[in-house]
Design a protein around this ligand. Structure first.
Ligand code: ZN
Length: 463
């Protein structure tokens, strides 16, 4: 397959709209590293990610004894440094501190809502998400957004227990610490695109905080291009753990797919090309461009068996969102009252967390956020023109915002998990490759002068 593609490419003629456009040679298309080239600024920022800072954040979050969304929020409790409201106040203060260090570059906000009684919520309960916005420096780019999140609430064996010890060091102080550390490190830089650093409540009560937040984002018309959800990224200290890997879960058939989308998927396939899956592949390319110290294991599945996560709330609103989770979970150390029983130690305690591992996951998150926040907007309305053809013509609308200086076509066999080939086609909005679209999957992405790549967009047939 590869050889045939290379041969075809060597004779491919690009009808790019530029009279002088050259015929690509096999050398141009063979063996370039796929995806982003390392940006020295981003590589330098990753060195600033600190396991010690992450440890301090996780230990602080555990110190609130419980962060159950059902823990009381009265001032006495907050003053005593107990419960979810006290934890929230600390997160707000921490983000404000980072903002002070960057001359007020972060807008620190809360999103408050009242959840009616439900399966895991006994009474009307106020919950609050906390987020900081690093506004994009480019007027058009600032409307585009990428987001990183973790949930700051915790639970023990009884999800309705709002008073007992619920340390939640791994689940999910680790993810909250990733979001905070990304905010601290990336707020020292400038990006054309807006980055949002989020910590949500109510995850353990049924993804409540993220659901309200994603609905709010949709209502406000946020152009969220990517959501990175970190939940259980502590690298639990068990013998079967592989600290060189972090699993990245992504939906296949989108939760937000409409009937017409499903019809197209049934005939043409594309169930491996949701926006979330393109984001997962992008993370794979980022891990090859930057030394985060951990590799993503792409899992083509919404989430683990019998489990759910906050990325789903964003998927439901049609946003591309993935979940990072450690390679090997130990269920003695999640959703358990801390205790010793028959020689087994239960509980989600800090001593089971590997802070170096969390830092590596934070680096992979930060690199992905930074690369996307530097990149031009993806091309719009990517499609094949109607009609049968042996060659493949791709047409798209220019990347809005003016950051793009060129476009790149990527493709892979329908049976391949990741992009296998890329071809730069110049600053054009149309290209023809002498190969059939029938047995490959194409994508088009925008590139800027420094080589930052947008997320790829898979073409649709012209309606
Ligand atoms: Zn969790």
């Amino acid at each position: 397959m590869t050889q045939i593609l290379k041969f075809w490419l060597s004779i491919a003629t690009l009808l790019t709209g530029l009279a002088s456009s050259s015929v690509p040679s096999a050398a141009q298309s063979a063996n370039p590293p796929l995806g982003n080239v390392p940006d020295p600024q981003i590589a330098a920022a990753l060195k600033d990610v600190s396991p010690q800072r992450i440890q301090a954040s996780i230990e602080k979050l555990v110190s609130f004894y419980t962060r159950s969304s059902l823990s009381g929020q009265d001032p006495n409790l907050v003053n005593a440094g107990r419960g979810i409201a006290a934890a929230r106040q600390w997160i707000v203060a921490e983000l404000e501190r980072y903002s002070k260090e960057c001359g007020g570059c972060l807008d620190v906000e809360t999103y408050r809502f009242v959840e009616p009684p439900g399966k895991r919520v006994p009474n009307l309960t106020e919950m609050t998400d906390v987020y900081a916005v690093l506004k994009g420096s480019d007027p058009a780019g600032a409307k585009r957004m990428v987001l990183v999140t973790g949930h700051y609430d915790s639970r023990n064996s009884d999800v309705m227990d709002g008073a007992g010890f619920a340390p939640g060091a791994n689940d999910d102080a680790s993810g909250t610490a990733v979001s905070l550390e990304c905010a601290r490190v990336l707020s020292k830089m400038k990006f054309p695109v807006t980055i949002v650093f989020l910590a949500v409540a109510g995850e353990e009560q049924g993804l409540i905080g993220s659901r309200h937040f994603a609905e709010m984002a949709k209502e406000r018309g946020w152009n969220l291009e990517a959501v990175l959800n970190n939940d259980i990224v502590g690298g639990d200290n068990n013998p079967a753990q592989d600290r060189s890997l972090v699993r990245v879960f992504s939906e296949g058939i989108p939760l937000a797919a409409k009937e017409q989308d499903l019809r197209r998927l049934r005939t043409l396939g594309g169930e491996d090309d949701s926006g979330s899956r393109e984001l997962a592949r992008y993370i794979g390319e980022i891990a090859r461009a930057y030394d985060a110290g951990v590799k993503p294991m792409l899992v083509f599945r919404l989430d683990r068996y019998e489990r759910g996560g906050d990325h789903e709330s964003f998927n439901e609103q049609g946003f591309a969102a993935v979940r990072f989770t450690e390679f090997r979970e130990d269920f003695h150390h999640q959703h358990q009252n801390p205790r010793n029983e028959d020689g087994v130690e239960y509980g989600d305690l800090p001593k089971f967390v590997d802070y170096d591992y969390v830092a590596r996951v934070a680096r992979l998150n930060a690199a992905t956020l930074a690369a996307l926040a530097m990149a031009p907007a993806p091309p719009a309305h990517v499609h094949f023109p109607r009609g049968l053809a042996s060659d493949s013509t791709l047409i798209w609308d220019a990347s809005p915002g003016g950051l793009a200086t060129a476009y790149e076509i990527v493709w892979r066999a329908t049976t391949s998990p990741e992009w296998e080939h890329q071809l730069r086609v110049g600053n054009v909005t149309r290209a023809t490759l002498q190969m059939s679209r029938d047995e490959v999957i194409f994508g088009v992405r925008a590139i800027d002068a420094a080589g930052h790549r947008s997320l790829p967009v898979v073409p649709a047939p012209e309606p």
